[in-house]
Design a protein around this ligand. Structure first.
Ligand SMILES: C[S@@+](CC[C@H](N)C(=O)[O-])C[C@H]1O[C@@H](n2cnc3c(N)ncnc32)[C@H](O)[C@@H]1O
Length: 214
């Protein structure tokens, strides 16, 4: 689990009282680590997976968009929470999403998912359905662009969940000026200044922001 923002003893307690991943998600995490090496750190953590399943169950969306699918962990969790809706996954990598496809099949959720390969800014610009729920987890420099396209397509009351918005807490430390931290800081400022939305930043994992269209 990722717990950059918690005291280690508290983190241990939290994890001991959070439902663990099932064997399929454990196998997906193991295969991702073996197949992708350092890139495996991009995968969401099991507690975030529970969060995404629960938020999907709560929102009961018809149209969900995921920007950044990788090997499929978050998409399996979202798809498992669906009751009748559809998940549209956007990514650039044929190689990584070929792993996702296998796990969608094994999880029995492949019929609820559409994958589009290509730069997500272009895919989103061409996407013309009203969105109920979105998970944003791709290249951080494009978060503002993804955000604008998503908010414009979000129905009132719809929700965007944005990942990595605390960057291990570095966003709050002016001494950290690496590119991704600066990009995320700018994204966080953009969102909180947007009168169209209500924002809740959660110190879960690497920071997850809930953005609800008013
Ligand atoms: C942090 S990972 C996503 C992790 C995933 N949500 C999970 O649970 O495993 C980011 C993904 O964004 C994809 N990506 C990066 N730049 C992109 C772009 N311009 N358009 C679409 N996808 C992009 C990468 O290929 C990568 O799979």
């Amino acid at each position: 689990m990722k717990a950059y923002l918690l005291d280690p003893a508290v983190a241990q307690y939290v994890f001991a009282h959070t439902t663990p991943p099932d064997p399929l998600l454990e196998e997906l995490a193991k295969e991702t680590a073996e197949a992708t090496g350092d890139a495996a750190g991009m995968q969401i953590s099991p507690d975030q997976g529970n969060f995404l399943t629960m938020i999907t169950q709560l929102v009961a969306p018809q149209v969900v968009v995921e920007v950044g699918t990788f090997t499929g962990y978050s998409s399996v969790c979202i798809a498992r929470g669906l009751t009748g809706g559809r998940l549209h996954c956007f990514d650039v990598s044929e190689e990584w999403t070929s792993i996702a496809r296998r796990y969608w099949h094994q999880a029995g959720v492949e019929d609820r998912i559409t994958l589009t390969l290509g730069p997500a800014l272009e895919t989103l610009a061409a996407f013309d359905q009203p969105i109920d729920l979105a998970f944003l987890d791709a290249d951080k420099g494009n978060y503002p662009g993804y955000y604008e396209l998503l908010v414009n397509r979000l129905r009132p009351g719809g929700l965007i969940v944005a990942d990595n918005t605390l960057r291990r807490g570095w966003v709050a430390d002016p001494a950290h000026d690496e590119t991704t931290t600066v990009e995320i800081r700018e994204f966080n400022d953009l969102v909180i200044e947007d009168p169209r939305v209500t924002v809740l930043m959660l110190p879960v994992a690497d920071g997850m922001t809930l953005i609800r269209k008013n």
